[in-house]
Design a protein around this ligand. Sequence first.
Ligand SMILES: NC(=O)c1ccc[n+]([C@@H]2O[C@H](COP(=O)([O-])OP(=O)(O)OC[C@H]3O[C@@H](n4cnc5c(N)ncnc54)[C@H](O)[C@@H]3O)[C@@H](O)[C@H]2O)c1
Length: 254
Amino acid sequence: MRNERGMMRLDGKVAVVTGGAGGIGRGIVRAFVKEGARVLVVDINDEAGRALEAEFDGEARYLGIDISKHENASRIRDAANEAFGPVSVLVNNAHASRQAPLIEVTQEMLDLSFGTGFYPTLWLMQACYEQLKETNGSVINFASGAGIDGLPTQGSYAAAKEAIRAISRVAANEWATDGINVNAISPLALTEGIQAYIAANPEVEEPMLSKTPMHRLGDPEHDIGRVAVFLASDDASYMTGQTLMVDGGSIKLR
Ligand SMILES: NC(=O)c1ccc[n+]([C@@H]2O[C@H](COP(=O)([O-])OP(=O)(O)OC[C@H]3O[C@@H](n4cnc5c(N)ncnc54)[C@H](O)[C@@H]3O)[C@@H](O)[C@H]2O)c1
């Protein structure tokens, strides 16, 4: 959306969005491009990634790559540079996990959750640091109510999510004088995954909604993507180390 001077809020920004081909990530990509950003969409779902790329006129480029491999962090940064220039916004959104009672959590579950959530978040922050410094950039990481509230069966996921919030605060402190702000979003959104889960288990919908004061699940682009636009924009430049609850009021942080 252009302002009275014909500018959009993310004009000139180069963003990397992990897990950008589906769910909340895709909502963020759409919201970013509408505000003038150019976006590298990082995912392993090639079909969805190419379909998203085709929605735009070159403003979004898809890179099919697995973020759980350490060496891919610098490849992702380099691909963004080649496509658009230095990275000014890093969105660490992708995260895969499996649920089990704490007593049954396995090393494999921990490796999946930390390997797709925590480690790639750290590696990409490290790989993009110099460019974020050069561009006075922003990092947007992803937290979860499952971590903040310690939801049952979410041991491996909750631990990785809270570890992500911990390094977000450390980076906020260390990088503030470099002009980089680092914040986290804790979302609640109706993604295709959650839609399919509700379709297969209709009884889960009402309890989910009754815990949400707004009584609806957020829209990935309009509810979550627009908050990510704010955090990526210069409007949020005096804000760092925060977790924004974008969840219809489900959790009230104090
Ligand atoms: N949806 C919600 O209500 C909700 C609630 C709390 C937190 N979150 C968090 O928000 C973020 C987005 O959630 P979502 O529901 O849209 O997730 P999702 O599972 O719908 O999408 C994740 C995307 O990441 C991609 N991905 C998975 N593993 C990858 C890998 N190794 N390399 C590259 N890409 C990979 C997937 O292909 C997919 O496109 C996640 O961090 C999630 O934990 C979501």
